[in-house]
Design a protein around this ligand. Structure first.
Ligand code: SAM
Length: 258
């Protein structure tokens, strides 16, 4: 755990996860802080302001950020007064998030598929495919266990905000070299990534894409009541009914009381 002991973390935090590996880790290791140069990371303040409202957060709420990356949303929420625990499987991103964390935000390496936390959180976020929608085995996606683990970390009545790639959008905008597995709903691309020094390297990325209906079904299976599924673009979160023209779907769901 980086920073002080995290509220909501169980005593086994990090122990069992340390050996698990994800293909995103070498990408994070390579890109480092240059991740925050990508345009899709530039709308953090708008996204956080919108979510503060949609999650009905009290200023001192305890929030879990799953797949927090370098901590941009966790930092923004902490600056608004929330206490935030950010977890990510990539050591490099956890170190970056912890390095310039404002008071109230702590970070740890953990696997979203087996979250080492108690049901202590007022809210959870998992944004920009933060552990949800990044399958290690495209034919056996982990997303149901990720959603169940996040749901189990929430207090009854606690809310989750999660984004996923829209299948409708992805299949309309396939680029050369990109392949969509229609059976699995998984998009595969090779992305050229730049590090801090401008060096380039190619990485394979697999992203599970969703329809609004699939998100609703998964949420229900995880014991979450759906508040809304909206079509969004990074930096322009709003309560827009699902369409086929926006790249992401934003799910807001609530852990049912019992
Ligand atoms: C595209 S980044 C999004 C980061 C951040 N949420 C944001 O909005 O900028 C996806 C993140 O999910 C993390 N991740 C992927 N699989 C994970 C898992 N199983 N458990 C925890 N983190 C995971 C990656 O390491 C990466 O930091």
């Amino acid at each position: 755990m980086n920073g002080s002991a995290a509220p909501g973390a169980s005593s086994s935090a990090g122990r069992d996860d340390a050996t698990r590996h994800h293909w995103f880790e070498p990408l994070a290791e390579f890109v480092g802080p240059a991740y925050l140069r990508y345009s899709f990371t530039k709308g953090t303040e708008q996204e956080t302001g919108f979510l503060f409202d949609a999650l009905e957060l009290e200023p001192t709420a305890l929030v879990l950020d799953v797949g927090c990356g370098p901590g941009r949303h966790a930092h923004a929420l902490a600056r608004r007064g929330c206490r935030v625990v950010g977890i990510d499987i990539a050591e490099r991103f956890v170190a970056l998030a912890a390095a310039d964390a404002p008071p109230g935000a702590v970070f740890a390496r953990a696997d979203a598929r087996a979250l080492p936390v108690r049901p202590a959180f007022d809210a959870a976020i998992s944004l920009c495919q933060g552990g949800f929608g990044l399958p290690t085995d495209p034919r056996a996606p982990d997303d149901a266990s990720v959603l169940a683990a996040i749901g189990a970390a929430l207090k009854p009545g606690g809310r989750l905000a999660l984004t996923a790639f829209s299948a409708y959008f992805v299949v309309q905008h396939l680029e050369e070299g990109e392949a969509f597995d229609a059976g699995a709903g998984v998009d595969h691309e090779t992305a050229r990534v730049k590090d801090e020094a401008g060096a380039e390297r190619d990485f394979d990325l697999w992203t599970t894409c969703y329809t609004p209906r699939e998100l609703r079904l998964l949420a229900a299976a995880a014991g979450l009541a759906v508040v809304g599924v909206w079509s969004v673009t990074p930096g322009r979160y709003e309560r827009r009914p699902p369409d086929i023209d926006n790249p992401e779907l934003l799910l807001i769901a609530e852990r049912v009381a019992s």
